[in-house]
Design a protein around this ligand. Structure first.
Ligand code: CA
Length: 227
C-alpha cells in the first residue's frame, strides 16, 4: 500500500487532504507542524510526503532540507501559497520533487502525486536493474539471465558486480573489494578476487579473454566500463 505523509497545520486543509487521499486508496499519516512532520518523515517509511511551506515550529523548507540532509529520498511535493513564486524555486533547490500552489484542485494534486510516484518507481527500477554486456541482472530479486535464459550467480558475484557498478568507470582496488565484499569474515586473498572477476567475465563478456566491460587495471584492481 502506498503511504503518504501530510504535513499541514491548517486543520480543514489537513482533514480534507487526508479524507480525499484515503478515498483514492492511499494510506495516510498526518503531522500538524514542522517538528512533528520532521520526526515522522525521519522515523517512518513513506512513499511520498506532502509538505506545506508555512508551518509552525519548523518551516516546510527546513523540514525538506533536513530530511534530504539525512539521506531520505522519499519524494516531496511542496504546498506553496499563491504569489510565493520564489518559494517554488527554493523548494526545488532544497530537494522537493514538485509543488502545488494553493488554492489547487484535488484533481491537480492527485495527478501530481501519481506522476511523482511513477517517477520514483521508475528510478527505483533503474537502481535495481543492470544490463551489462550479454548479462541482465536484477539486484532486488538476485536473478540474472543471458538472452532470457536464467544464469546462476553466487551472492558474492552479485555483490562484487553491484559494487563495481556503483563505482563504474573508476578503478576499484583488490583491497577495496576484499574489504567491501568479504570484510573480516574470512581470510581471502587477492587471488580470490581475481577468481570471482574471472567468473563474472565469463557471464558478461562475449570474449572473456579480451574483456570490454570489466577491465584489469594492472597492479591495482578492476574497472567496470559502461556508459
Ligand atoms: Ca500552513
Amino acid at each position: 500500500m502506498t503511504r503518504i505523509l501530510i504535513i499541514e497545520d491548517e486543520p480543514n486543509m489537513r482533514m480534507g487532504l487526508r479524507d480525499n487521499l484515503e478515498f483514492e486508496g492511499y494510506e495516510v499519516d498526518i503531522a500538524v507542524d514542522g517538528e512533528e512532520g520532521l520526526t515522522s518523515a525521519l522515523g517512518k517509511k513513506f512513499d511520498l510526503i506532502l509538505l506545506d511551506v508555512m508551518l509552525p515550529k519548523i518551516s516546510g523548507f527546513e523540514v525538506c532540507k533536513q530530511v534530504r540532509a539525512k539521506g531520505v529520498t522519499t519524494p516531496i511535493i511542496l504546498i506553496t501559497a499563491k504569489g510565493e513564486e520564489i518559494d517554488k524555486v527554493l523548494g526545488l533547490e532544497l530537494g522537493a520533487d514538485d509543488y502545488v500552489t494553493k488554492p489547487f484542485s484535488l484533481r491537480e494534486l492527485i495527478a501530481r502525486i501519481k506522476a511523482v510516484l511513477r517517477r520514483g518507481g521508475a528510478e527505483r527500477e533503474s537502481e535495481e536493474n543492470l544490463v551489462i554486456g550479454q548479462l541482465s541482472v536484477n539486484f532486488r530479486t538476485y536473478s540474472a539471465s543471458i538472452n532470457d535464459a536464467e544464469v546462476q550467480m553466487s551472492h558474492k558475484e552479485y555483490e562484487i558486480l553491484k559494487f563495481l557498478w556503483h563505482n563504474k568507470n573508476s578503478t576499484v582496488s583488490r583491497d577495496t573489494l576484499l574489504n567491501e565484499i568479504w570484510g573480516y569474515e574470512e581470510n581471502p586473498t587477492t587471488r580470490t578476487v581475481d577468481n570471482f572477476i574471472m567468473r563474472l567475465r565469463q557471464k558478461i563478456e562475449t570474449d572473456p579473454n579480451h574483456p570490454k566491460f570489466i577491465l584489469t587495471v594492472h597492479g591495482i584492481g578492476y574497472k567496470l566500463v559502461m556508459a
